[in-house]
Design a protein around this ligand. Sequence first.
Ligand code: HDD
Length: 706
Amino acid sequence: MARKTKSAASSPSMDARVHDQVLTRGNGGELHQLATGDTPVTTTAHGVPVSDDQNSLKVGARGPVLMEDFHFREKIFHFDHERIPERVVHARGYGAHGYFEAYDVLADYTRADIFQRPGEKTPAFVRFSTVAGSKGSFDLARDVRGFAVKLYTQEGNWDLVGNNIPVFFIQDAIKFPDVIHSVKPEPDRGFPQAQSAHDNFWDFISLTPEAMHMIMWVMSDRAIPRSFRFMEGFGVHTFRLLDAEDRSTFVKFIWKPKLGLQSVVWNEAVKINGADPDFHRRDLWNAIQAGDYPEWELCVQLFDQAFADSFDFDILDPTKLIPEEIIAPVPVGRLVLDRMPDNFFAETEQVAFMTQNVPPGIDFSNDPLLQGRNFSYLDTQIKRLGSTNFTHLPINAPKCPFHHFQQDGHMAMHNPAGRANYQPNSWAAGPREDPRRGHRAFPEELEGTKSRLRPESFADHYSQARQFFNSQTVHEQRHIAMALTFELSKVETPVIRERMISHLLNIDPGLAETVADKLGITELPAPADAAVPPRDDLPASDALSIIKNGPDSFAGRKVGVLVTDGCDASLVKKVQAALEKEGALMEIVAPKVGGVTAGDGSHIGAHHMIDGGPSVLFDAVALIVSADGAERLLGEAAARDFVADAFAHCKFIAHSAEAAPLFEKAGIAADLDEGVIALDSASAITQFIESCRKLRLWSREDVVKL
Ligand code: HDD
């Protein structure tokens, strides 16, 4: 029988210490790490020290394995149970910790504790997500982004479970399973993954006119954000703020990113998904690790019953928004994300957001979507997290004192202490309710007949869709047309495509004609029947456009600099210094990841080899190459794509004179415009940075026809 020796290793290599551990080899050839110094000894989950984590307990060297091996059985048992059900929607997400800081006392509107002490920090956890894809899907799907915020206030957790789009597909929560089933992979074939471009989705949408406003948003660049850091968040529904006397003010919540709005273009998104499926999560991780903490302002649109009664649309209808030009959002505080979770599963995966988590001073409206959500979120957490005690998990537990008589259940980590676990009781023990401090619902007078009716006031499905389209720049309108064309081109059933065109005719006939033409529909269908005639008197709202709300700064963005052996190191350094001053980042892309030797003999380290650092990963690029280096790059498809894609995606391109052959090779030499900037003078770098503040040279789209 083979026996193992645990004596110190005899060969010199066996003496090597790795992180304070001794490697030793048993006579079966297997390596053992012996814990020494501060390194803890591996134990079982029950704390029993483990002697061998490399070999199961066998009869002889060649088995069989013994049932007696409790360490082996526990290890495999636990591994087999590692997965929990992924979220039925918003499965792919990424979270971060931070804090919220109120600007002013809002006691005139709400008694919510979080708004009573300006400058005080309330801990926060935020999870961003896509909706349709599975946990392992790619980040740049064309999709709504979840923007879920948990605020650990001193009067309980407040979850503002929003999206980056201020309206929703449906008006009544009873339709949620239908819209989600339609966008998920088709049940017979199990595809497509994380894509709305398929028959089932467009079939449902084209049969659901109330979705048209949201569809305009989802087909816009809002659905392909450049970064979580550059998108807005919306609470969507109308909520209520209640003051100390329970007087109500209606409110809509909006998160505005400090760094402004920015999206990518579709051709770019498709390529990013291949080059870096984790593009958004890596971006958030990198920004927070670098200390460049993302920040949003919480803004509120406040209004009273008189406004609600006079507004063009029903404020309870979640397919409608209140234009910012009608009610200006007022900033009331800021949210800063400054810490990544220690563990993705424990925090980001196990965090449970629930719309019904509201503290005293915040209340619901009768929006039927919100009311349905208030049931769904609690229910789903039990399925997902497996126990009613999911609130015992640190990420979900309140950070304020809490007292109740809920007890037992799976995985109870704390129970009420003492004899009393009910009340009233004769032991004068345990917590009691307090109508003065506790959450009170708005005392709304209500009466009505039970019915399953949709109100007439929810019937206008096209006017705000049209207003959204009219509020976009021509480039954004073009992107919407291209997105609709792409999506409907993947629909195999002609009648579904035509049904969508009939809806588009109610939104914008020009848009309908463009899409129909690109789909090869020669005869336009009749416009869809509209329950209420679409209005054309709603004025354009600049707040609805991304391009009109750019940052006017390049801060937080990233430039990819392509370098070769023999390049001008001082130029690279100058570009880097200028970017740092702007608050932007630079990453070096080189033929080899080992870097290059510059013309002055200095070494420039690279972040990416050119195949792994395509220009789609950057907001702008610079080509700082030598004549020789450029010559050698001409044969590389990745180098050609680097230049051609940057140009096609309307990015600003700075370059040394030696880069000219690369433009030839990319087929763009004849089209070079003011967005391609030669670094031939001291002021050229400034010109490059100033151009980059515009983010993209959209006028180039007329040439490249994305
Ligand atoms: Fe929802 C998750 C946002 C309508 C049912 N939803 C979920 C998440 C976000 C939203 C951001 C992810 C939370 C996280 O990161 O863990 N949902 C919205 C918004 C909606 C909306 C902005 C409309 C305004 N949702 C909605 C309806 C229902 C649900 C109408 C059901 C009736 N949503 C859920 C859910 C999820 C969820 C099934 C899945 C995972 C979870 O809750 O925790 O309960």
